[in-house]
Ligand binder design. Structure first.
Ligand code: F6P
Length: 328
């Protein structure tokens, strides 16, 4: 029989993403709804080890739904990768009387949760929060929609200069292993080319395609490059290669970087975070553990951590086709 849950803790871990505050807010208020006590842990797993806990109530999370970042702060903890670190974290959880944990983060966070949950037989439920949208089993992760809007807004501005000066811009976007941000923002911003890790285009094909678009009358170009793409990994070298092959183009590089991770969350992300935060606490109350809550075909789903982490999320092939067609 499941042990009765009286007190839970919530934390954010790994790269921050817009909507994490909204998710914490939902977890705290769902706890109140279920008559559970709720604690926050600062700086993710590191805060668990460093005993950085705070008691939260419904009012502790007022006025944060619209704020980017995470008020609980986030970290990538090296200490939690050691057995000693995890033992310390467990001891602190027990000392605070915590019966279950909600972790908000990406695949690294869920990997830590899986190891910890199994090691100490401790109930853990995950909420997918990362701008990369690279978690298997959920159609969307919290922060992805906001990041897309940030990227599109930035590219729109860069396009003005590309157009005015007949330039070719290489724009690097985040997505270590996943091309979702690049592919969707690229379509949304009308990019001529989109380079993603899931599809190795190869430099020759890229150059050929750029020659074709120049011949078709294009005077400027936007190429969106995911940071994890094969030929885009070294974006300055890629720019040099293009300069060599297309000397008539003035080639510029813009790396958008962490601008993509901040800012007020979109309405979509706020609603998603609210739904998943509530679903995480519902799952704990149902006695579930070692699962992530996600969204699939508009419905909230529960996905085992193993599938969320190890299953390969596929890139949408139809979207790649659409990108090719609309950039002609
Ligand atoms: O996982 C989210 C992410 O934004 C990746 O897209 C990016 O590669 C990475 O985090 C950057 O991490 P950091 O903030 O530690 O440099």
């Amino acid at each position: 029989m499941n042990k009765k849950i009286n007190r839970i803790a919530v934390m954010t871990s790994g790269g921050d993403s817009p909507g994490m505050n909204a998710a914490i807010r939902a977890v705290v208020r769902a706890s109140v709804y279920h008559n559970l006590e709720c604690y926050g842990i600062y700086r993710g797993y590191q805060g668990m080890i460093d005993d950085s806990f705070i008691e939260l109530n419904a009012r502790s999370v007022k006025n944060i739904i619209n704020k980017g970042g995470t008020f609980l702060k986030s970290a990538r903890s090296k200490d939690f990768m050691t057995k000693e670190g995890r033992q310390k974290a467990y001891d602190n959880l027990r000392a605070h009387g915590i019966d279950a944990l909600v972790v908000i983060g990406g695949d690294g966070t869920f990997t830590g949760a899986t190891i910890f949950g199994k090691e100490f037989n401790f109930p853990v439920v995950g909420v997918p929060g990362t701008i990369d949208n690279d978690i298997n089993g959920t159609d969307f992760t919290i922060g992805y929609d906001t990041a897309l809007n940030t990227v599109v807004e930035a590219i729109d501005k860069i396009r003005d200069t590309a157009n005015s000066h007949d330039r070719l811009f290489l724009i690097e976007v985040m997505g270590r292993d996943a091309g979702d941000i690049a592919l969707n923002s690229g379509i949304g911003a009308g990019a001529e080319e989109i380079l993603i890790p899931e599809e190795d285009m190869g430099i020759e094909r890229l150059i050929e395609s750029l020659h074709r678009s120049k011949a078709s009358g294009k005077t400027s170009s936007i190429i969106v490059v995911a940071e994890g793409d094969q030929i885009g990994k070294n974006i300055t070298k890629l720019a040099d290669d293009i300069r060599e092959e297309l000397p008539s183009y003035d080639v510029k590089v813009t790396v958008l970087g962490h601008i993509q991770r901040g800012g007020s969350p979109s309405c979509y992300d706020r609603v998603l975070a609210s739904r998943l935060g509530v679903a995480a606490v519902d799952a704990i109350v149902e006695g579930k553990s070692h699962i992530m809550v996600g969204i699939s075909h508009k419905e909230v789903v529960q996905v085992p951590f193993d599938i969320a982490i190890n299953g390969k999320k596929k890139i949408d092939e139809q979207l790649i086709r659409v990108a090719d067609i609309v950039s002609l």
